[in-house]
Design a protein around this ligand. Structure first.
Ligand code: S3P
Length: 172
Protein backbone atom coordinates (compact mmCIF):
# COMPACT_ATOMS: atom_id res chain seq x y z
CA UNK A 1 0.00 0.00 0.00
CA UNK A 2 1.50 3.31 -1.04
CA UNK A 3 -0.63 5.81 0.81
CA UNK A 4 -2.99 5.94 3.76
CA UNK A 5 -6.59 4.83 3.56
CA UNK A 6 -8.62 7.28 5.64
CA UNK A 7 -12.04 5.99 6.65
CA UNK A 8 -14.51 8.78 7.35
CA UNK A 9 -18.22 8.97 8.06
CA UNK A 10 -20.77 9.46 10.78
CA UNK A 11 -20.40 7.86 14.21
CA UNK A 12 -21.40 4.20 13.88
CA UNK A 13 -20.82 4.05 10.14
CA UNK A 14 -18.38 1.19 10.76
CA UNK A 15 -15.00 2.95 10.48
CA UNK A 16 -13.29 1.05 13.31
CA UNK A 17 -14.70 -2.35 12.36
CA UNK A 18 -13.79 -1.93 8.71
CA UNK A 19 -10.31 -0.58 9.43
CA UNK A 20 -9.57 -3.69 11.49
CA UNK A 21 -10.86 -5.83 8.63
CA UNK A 22 -8.69 -3.98 6.10
CA UNK A 23 -5.70 -4.40 8.39
CA UNK A 24 -6.14 -8.18 8.23
CA UNK A 25 -6.76 -8.28 4.49
CA UNK A 26 -3.89 -5.97 3.59
CA UNK A 27 -1.51 -6.79 6.44
CA UNK A 28 -0.88 -3.15 7.07
CA UNK A 29 -0.80 -1.01 10.18
CA UNK A 30 -4.16 0.17 11.48
CA UNK A 31 -4.71 3.34 13.50
CA UNK A 32 -7.85 4.44 15.28
CA UNK A 33 -7.60 8.21 15.77
CA UNK A 34 -9.90 8.33 18.79
CA UNK A 35 -8.02 5.50 20.51
CA UNK A 36 -4.66 7.14 19.74
CA UNK A 37 -5.85 10.48 21.15
CA UNK A 38 -7.19 8.80 24.29
CA UNK A 39 -3.98 6.91 24.92
CA UNK A 40 -1.72 9.87 24.17
CA UNK A 41 -3.66 12.20 26.47
CA UNK A 42 -4.48 9.66 29.16
CA UNK A 43 -8.08 10.82 29.17
CA UNK A 44 -11.39 9.63 27.71
CA UNK A 45 -13.05 11.64 24.95
CA UNK A 46 -15.98 12.33 27.27
CA UNK A 47 -13.60 13.80 29.87
CA UNK A 48 -11.76 15.83 27.23
CA UNK A 49 -15.02 17.40 26.04
CA UNK A 50 -16.26 17.97 29.60
CA UNK A 51 -13.03 19.44 31.03
CA UNK A 52 -11.54 21.32 28.09
CA UNK A 53 -14.31 21.59 25.49
CA UNK A 54 -14.81 20.38 21.94
CA UNK A 55 -12.26 22.77 20.38
CA UNK A 56 -9.53 21.25 22.55
CA UNK A 57 -10.42 17.78 21.29
CA UNK A 58 -10.50 19.07 17.70
CA UNK A 59 -6.98 20.50 18.14
CA UNK A 60 -5.81 17.10 19.37
CA UNK A 61 -7.35 15.53 16.26
CA UNK A 62 -5.39 17.84 13.98
CA UNK A 63 -2.15 17.16 15.88
CA UNK A 64 -2.75 13.40 15.64
CA UNK A 65 -3.54 13.60 11.95
CA UNK A 66 -0.30 15.46 11.23
CA UNK A 67 1.64 12.75 13.01
CA UNK A 68 -0.19 9.97 11.17
CA UNK A 69 0.22 11.65 7.78
CA UNK A 70 3.99 11.65 8.29
CA UNK A 71 4.16 7.98 9.23
CA UNK A 72 4.16 4.81 7.10
CA UNK A 73 0.97 4.08 5.10
CA UNK A 74 -1.81 2.74 7.32
CA UNK A 75 -5.53 2.24 7.42
CA UNK A 76 -6.81 5.10 9.55
CA UNK A 77 -10.16 5.14 11.26
CA UNK A 78 -10.97 8.85 11.68
CA UNK A 79 -13.39 10.41 14.15
CA UNK A 80 -16.82 11.30 12.77
CA UNK A 81 -16.00 15.00 13.00
CA UNK A 82 -12.42 14.96 11.70
CA UNK A 83 -13.26 16.24 8.21
CA UNK A 84 -15.24 19.18 9.55
CA UNK A 85 -11.96 21.12 9.65
CA UNK A 86 -10.64 22.03 6.22
CA UNK A 87 -7.09 21.92 7.57
CA UNK A 88 -7.60 18.23 8.38
CA UNK A 89 -9.03 17.53 4.93
CA UNK A 90 -5.97 19.15 3.34
CA UNK A 91 -3.65 16.89 5.36
CA UNK A 92 -5.67 13.81 4.39
CA UNK A 93 -5.89 14.71 0.70
CA UNK A 94 -2.14 15.09 0.51
CA UNK A 95 -1.36 11.79 2.20
CA UNK A 96 -4.05 9.31 1.25
CA UNK A 97 -7.33 8.23 -0.21
CA UNK A 98 -10.50 9.25 1.65
CA UNK A 99 -13.22 6.61 1.90
CA UNK A 100 -16.69 7.60 3.10
CA UNK A 101 -18.77 4.94 4.84
CA UNK A 102 -22.49 5.66 4.93
CA UNK A 103 -25.48 4.16 6.71
CA UNK A 104 -29.06 5.23 7.31
CA UNK A 105 -29.93 7.03 10.57
CA UNK A 106 -31.84 3.91 11.67
CA UNK A 107 -28.82 1.67 11.10
CA UNK A 108 -26.56 4.16 12.91
CA UNK A 109 -28.94 4.31 15.85
CA UNK A 110 -28.99 0.52 16.19
CA UNK A 111 -25.18 0.45 16.17
CA UNK A 112 -24.54 3.27 18.66
CA UNK A 113 -27.57 3.23 20.97
CA UNK A 114 -25.74 1.60 23.90
CA UNK A 115 -22.60 3.72 23.56
CA UNK A 116 -21.83 6.12 26.40
CA UNK A 117 -18.53 7.40 25.07
CA UNK A 118 -19.71 9.70 22.30
CA UNK A 119 -20.22 13.14 23.86
CA UNK A 120 -21.86 14.48 20.69
CA UNK A 121 -24.73 12.00 21.15
CA UNK A 122 -24.96 11.98 24.94
CA UNK A 123 -28.49 13.06 25.81
CA UNK A 124 -29.56 12.90 22.14
CA UNK A 125 -29.60 9.18 21.54
CA UNK A 126 -32.45 8.95 19.06
CA UNK A 127 -32.99 8.52 15.30
CA UNK A 128 -34.30 12.07 14.79
CA UNK A 129 -31.22 13.73 16.26
CA UNK A 130 -28.90 11.40 14.36
CA UNK A 131 -30.77 12.13 11.11
CA UNK A 132 -30.58 15.90 11.61
CA UNK A 133 -26.86 15.94 12.50
CA UNK A 134 -26.13 13.60 9.60
CA UNK A 135 -27.99 15.95 7.27
CA UNK A 136 -25.87 18.88 8.50
CA UNK A 137 -22.66 16.97 7.82
CA UNK A 138 -23.66 15.23 4.62
CA UNK A 139 -22.42 17.88 2.18
CA UNK A 140 -18.96 17.93 3.76
CA UNK A 141 -18.63 14.15 3.88
CA UNK A 142 -19.68 13.85 0.25
CA UNK A 143 -17.49 16.70 -0.99
CA UNK A 144 -14.26 15.51 0.59
CA UNK A 145 -14.40 11.78 -0.12
CA UNK A 146 -12.71 10.04 -3.05
CA UNK A 147 -14.77 6.88 -2.68
CA UNK A 148 -18.13 6.20 -1.08
CA UNK A 149 -19.42 2.86 0.20
CA UNK A 150 -22.86 2.19 1.71
CA UNK A 151 -22.70 -0.19 4.67
CA UNK A 152 -26.36 -0.98 5.37
CA UNK A 153 -27.10 -4.71 5.19
CA UNK A 154 -23.54 -5.67 4.26
CA UNK A 155 -21.01 -7.59 6.33
CA UNK A 156 -17.52 -6.21 7.12
CA UNK A 157 -15.85 -8.57 4.67
CA UNK A 158 -18.02 -7.37 1.77
CA UNK A 159 -17.48 -3.73 2.68
CA UNK A 160 -13.69 -4.08 2.99
CA UNK A 161 -13.43 -5.86 -0.35
CA UNK A 162 -15.59 -3.21 -2.00
CA UNK A 163 -13.24 -0.52 -0.68
CA UNK A 164 -10.17 -2.31 -2.00
CA UNK A 165 -11.73 -2.81 -5.42
CA UNK A 166 -12.78 0.84 -5.69
CA UNK A 167 -9.58 2.33 -4.33
CA UNK A 168 -7.25 0.15 -6.36
CA UNK A 169 -5.15 -0.31 -3.19
CA UNK A 170 -3.08 -3.46 -3.28
CA UNK A 171 -1.04 -5.39 -0.84
CA UNK A 172 2.67 -4.67 -1.20
C1 S3P B 1 -17.25 12.56 16.90
C2 S3P B 1 -17.09 11.22 16.63
C3 S3P B 1 -16.35 10.30 17.51
C4 S3P B 1 -15.28 11.05 18.32
C5 S3P B 1 -15.90 12.21 19.02
C6 S3P B 1 -16.60 13.20 18.09
C7 S3P B 1 -18.05 13.40 15.98
O1 S3P B 1 -15.73 9.29 16.72
O2 S3P B 1 -14.23 11.47 17.49
O3 S3P B 1 -16.79 11.71 19.98
O4 S3P B 1 -18.02 14.64 16.09
O5 S3P B 1 -18.74 12.82 15.09
P1 S3P B 1 -16.53 8.04 16.05
O6 S3P B 1 -17.05 8.53 14.74
O7 S3P B 1 -15.46 7.02 15.90
O8 S3P B 1 -17.59 7.64 17.01
Amino acid sequence: MEKHIYLIGFMGSGKSTISRKLKKLMQVKELDMDAEIVSENGMSINDMFARFGEDYFRDKETEMLRKIADSAPAVVSCGGGTVLRQENVDIMKKSGVIVLLTASPQTIYLRVRNSKDRPILNGHMNVEYIASLMEKRRAVYEAVCDIRVATDDKNPDQIAKEILALSGCQKK
